[in-house]
Design a protein around this ligand. Structure first.
Ligand SMILES: C[C@](O)(CO)[C@H](O)COP(=O)(O)OP(=O)(O)OC[C@H]1O[C@@H](n2ccc(N)nc2=O)[C@H](O)[C@@H]1O
Ligand SMILES: Nc1ncnc2c1ncn2[C@@H]1O[C@H](COP(=O)(O)OP(=O)(O)OP(=O)(O)O)[C@@H](O)[C@H]1O
Length: 294
C-alpha cells in the first residue's frame, strides 16, 4: 500500500465518512413488515467523520476510541466489521477509531456513513475482494441509509432507501443547524400522526426545485420545540428543510461567504455547520487511490 495513504501512525489508514442531507423525503407507503416506502434525494456533503483502520492478525475486532452512549453491541462500525469478517470468512481482525463530527441521531447519516467506510475500507485492507453490490447488500442489513454511502454517489432513492439512482446535482452550499436534540428514527416512523401516503415526486421535480418537503417535518416540529425554533430561525435566510428524521435542519445558500455570514449570527443554542454538496464521495476516491496504489 502507498505510504501516502497511511496517516503516520504504524499500520493505520484513514477513511472519510461524509454526512448526507435528505433534500426532500416523501413517505409513500408501508411494507407488510412495517418498514416504510419512501422517496428521497441523498445529497452527500464535503464534511463528515473520519475512520481510522488498522489490520490485526489475531482476528479481534476492537474499538480504539470511545463513542459516548454507544455500547459495543450497537456500535455500527464494529457491527460492520464483524459482518464483513463473517461474510468473507477472513481470519483477520481490525482496530477501529472514529473521529466523530457528525452529530448522532441528527438525520445526517453519521452512523450509517461510518459503517459504510468500515465496509469499504476493510474490504480493501483485508483483500476480501467483495464487489460494491455485495457490500451495499451487507450494508443494508445494518441500516437503510448505509447503501448510498457504500456506493458513494449522491442519489435519488426509493424502496426503503436502497433502490438508488445516482444523480448529479449542482454542488450547492448549505447552512446546517443542529438543534442538539437526538431524534429517535424508529419512534418517528411509528408516529400515528405521520403521513404515509404522500404523493410521489419525480427526479424532474427535484431538479426544478419543487421537491423540498419532508414527511417527518410536521411531526418532528410538533414534538421537538428546538427543531421548530431552528427552522424558524433559518427561514429568515432561505427555505429551511429537515434532514432525514431530524433533528438537523438546513437551507441552501448562494455561496460560502453568505453561509459564513449566516453562521456568525447563529444563536448559541444551535450548533452551525457550513458544508458543500458533492456528487461523488471522498470514500469512493480514497478506495480508488488505494486500489491503484496496490
Ligand atoms: C430517515 C432516513 O434517515 C432517511 O434517509 C432513513 O430512512 C433511516 O435510515 P436508518 O437510520 O439507516 O434507519 P434503520 O436503522 O434502517 O431503521 C431504524 C428503524 O426505522 C424504521 N424504518 C427505517 C427505514 C424505513 N424505510 N422504514 C422504517 O420504518 C424501522 O422501524 C427501523 O427499525
Ligand atoms: N458509529 C456510530 N456513529 C453514530 N451513531 C452510532 C454509531 N454506531 C451506532 N450508533 C447509534 O446509531 C444511532 C443513530 O445514529 P446516526 O448518527 O446514524 O443517526 P442519524 O443521523 O439520525 O441517522 P439517519 O439519518 O441514518 O436516520 C445513534 O443514536 C447511536 O446510538
Amino acid at each position: 500500500m502507498s505510504s501516502a495513504l497511511m496517516n503516520g501512525q504504524a499500520g493505520w489508514s484513514s477513511w472519510p465518512a461524509p454526512a448526507k442531507l435528505n433534500l426532500f423525503l416523501h413517505i409513500v407507503g408501508q411494507r407488510a413488515d412495517g418498514y416504510h416506502l419512501l422517496q428521497t434525494a441523498f445529497q452527500l456533503l464535503d464534511w463528515g467523520d473520519s475512520i481510522r483502520l488498522r489490520v490485526r492478525a489475531d482476528g479481534e475486532i476492537s474499538r480504539a476510541t470511545e463513542l459516548p452512549g454507544v455500547s459495543l453491541q450497537s456500535d455500527l462500525c464494529l457491527r460492520a466489521a464483524k459482518l464483513l469478517q463473517e461474510h468473507a470468512a477472513t481470519p483477520l481482525g481490525a482496530d477501529i477509531a472514529v473521529e466523530k463530527r457528525i452529530p448522532m441521531g441528527g438525520g445526517l447519516g453519521g452512523g450509517s456513513s461510518d459503517a459504510a467506510s468500515v465496509l469499504v475500507g476493510l474490504n480493501l485492507l483485508w483483500q476480501t475482494g467483495l464487489d460494491i453490490d455485495t457490500l451495499a447488500a451487507l450494508g443494508l442489513r445494518l441500516g437503510a441509509d448505509v447503501p448510498v454511502f457504500v456506493r458513494g454517489h449522491s442519489a435519488w432513492a426509493e424502496g426503503i432507501g436502497e433502490e438508488l439512482t445516482a444523480i448529479t446535482l449542482p454542488e450547492q452550499v448549505y447552512v446546517i443547524l443542529d438543534p442538539q436534540v437526538c431524534v429517535p428514527t424508529a419512534e418517528l416512523f411509528r408516529a400515528p400522526e405521520l403521513t404515509r401516503n404522500t404523493p410521489r415526486g419525480t427526479i424532474r421535480g427535484l431538479v426544478s426545485g419543487e421537491l423540498v418537503a419532508n414527511s417527518f417535518a410536521p411531526v418532528v416540529r410538533a414534538r421537538f420545540a428546538a427543531v421548530d425554533a431552528a427552522m424558524h430561525w433559518l427561514d429568515r435566510f432561505g427555505e429551511s428543510r429537515l434532514s432525514g428524521s431530524g433533528g438537523c435542519v438546513f437551507a441552501a445558500v448562494s455561496n460560502i461567504e453568505a453561509a459564513n455570514a449566516i453562521a456568525q449570527q447563529c444563536p448559541p443554542e444551535f450548533v452551525v455547520h457550513v458544508a458543500r454538496g458533492i456528487n461523488v464521495s471522498p470514500l469512493l476516491k480514497m478506495a480508488h487511490e488505494f486500489s491503484v496504489a496496490g
